[in-house]
Design a binder for this molecule. Structure first.
Ligand SMILES: Cc1cc2nc3c(=O)[nH]c(=O)nc-3n(C[C@H](O)[C@H](O)[C@H](O)COP(=O)(O)O)c2cc1C
Length: 379
């Protein structure tokens, strides 16, 4: 919530996020980088996350698979095997050694998948039997693109198994030393496939009304909260983002419906989630008034820490924090190309430009850990 003190808030004002004391509000957004070969975190990830850690800083990992059927991208880490947990420990230890706090983002792609990513080449699961339209293409491990697979709608009785996968993954995250987890319920992936009425065509208790469409997400949140504690759980939503046909007839109504249920859950358990993370931008044209209003409406409805992402510059981030529109801002592309983004923002120093071509390549160094720090540039 907005700080009631008269001091002007900036990206560098400390923030108490439940049990976590953040020294600033510049958050590393979840960023898929495809460097975890065969779904196992590598030494390169230790270096990458360590580079972006600051004392009291807050980091969210790239989307991470809670199970072997969640997969839809090459070389993304999982957190469902003992080996993955062991290797994540090294990443978390390096981040903690720098005094930063780190949550693991749990990501099930649902129908945004392909036979090459599914065990035995099977059909990915979703809320629906309808595939993503052929306009959108999926990235395959060999770098080529193809149409998305034909999904299979989960049977009602199968849904608790998916909820259980999230619960186990959250427990694994805590075993690996993570401070908490973020549930990826945005961007047209599995949970969003249940939330959005442009996709969810179910006739069971998980389809139709807003209450029914929110049920899957809320059951996951509930299960994870019971497993690891409310303060260690966060949720990311993007009600207005249409990525991979994830449309809704009433994005603001959907956002408010999710928030109403999260507020209620918080009230019932008597403690707050770590934060709600919202992607309010949908035009890609800068923060037009509609988007600002959209963000404010959700922010005012949510009773807890509010984080936003999407096209924020230093200035826009400062403004959003100062006006009380957000508590925290997560930065994606600018954090990819500026390992010392926090320092650069503090000094108002120029930023390195990001190289889109290496976002999803697999080299452990190039386009990953080789973006220069400020002091390297001045020598
Ligand atoms: C290369 C890349 C990978 C991303 N991977 C994820 C992801 O794994 N999970 C997620 O929720 N969002 C992901 N996003 C979205 C970012 O978290 C962020 O919201 C987005 O980049 C907008 O912020 P920006 O304008 O500061 O880049 C990704 C974005 C980029 C550019």
């Amino acid at each position: 919530m907005a700080d009631s003190s008269s001091k002007v808030l900036t990206l560098f004002s400390p923030y108490k996020m439940g049990k976590f004391n953040l020294s600033h509000r510049v958050v590393l957004a979840p960023l898929t980088r495809c460097r975890a070969l065969n779904q196992v975190p590598q030494p390169a990830l230790v270096e990458y996350y360590s580079q972006r850690s600051t004392p009291g800083g807050f980091l969210i990992t790239e989307g991470t698979w809670p199970s072997n059927t969640s997969v839809g991208f090459p070389h993304v880490p999982g957190i469902y095997t003992a080996e993955q947990v062991e290797e994540w420990k090294k990443v978390v230890d390096a981040v903690h050694a720098k005094g930063a706090i780190i949550f693991c983002q749990l990501w099930h792609v649902g129908r945004s998948s392909h036979g090459v990513y599914q065990p035995g080449g099977g059909s990915p699961v979703s809320s629906t039997n309808n595939p993503i339209s052929e306009r959108s293409k999926i990235l395959l491990p060999d770098g080529s693109h193809d149409t998305y697979a034909q999904p299979r709608a989960l049977e009602t009785h199968e849904i608790p198994q998916i909820v259980e996968q999230y619960r186990c993954a959250a427990l694994n995250a805590i075993r690996a030393g993570f401070d908490g987890i973020e549930i990826h319920a945005a961007h047209g992936y599995l949970i969003d496939q249940f939330l959005k009425d442009g996709i969810n065509d179910r006739t069971d208790e998980y389809g139709g009304s807003l209450a029914n469409r929110c049920k899957f997400l809320i059951q996951i949140v509930q299960a994870v909260v019971e497993a690891i504690g409310t303060e260690r759980v966060a949720v990311r939503i993007s009600p207005a983002i249409n990525h991979t046909d994830a449309t809704d007839s009433n994005p603001i109504g959907l956002g408010l419906a999710v928030i109403e249920r999260l507020n209620k859950l918080q009230l019932n358990v008597g403690s707050k989630l770590a934060y709600l993370h919202v992607m309010p931008r949908f035009s890609g044209q800068g923060l037009v008034e509609d988007e600002a209003q959209f963000m404010r409406t959700l922010r005012n409805a949510y009773e807890g820490t509010f984080m936003a992402a999407g096209g924020f510059t230093r200035e826009l981030g400062m403004e959003a924090v100062c006006s009380g529109d957000v508590d925290l801002v997560s930065f994606g592309r600018s954090f990819i190309s500026n390992p010392d983004l926090v320092l650069r923002f503090k000094l108002n120093a120029p930023l390195n430009k990001y190289i889109r071509e290496t976002f999803y390549t697999h080299d452990p160094v190039v386009g990953y850990t080789d973006y220069p720090f400020l002091n390297e540039q001045s020598v």
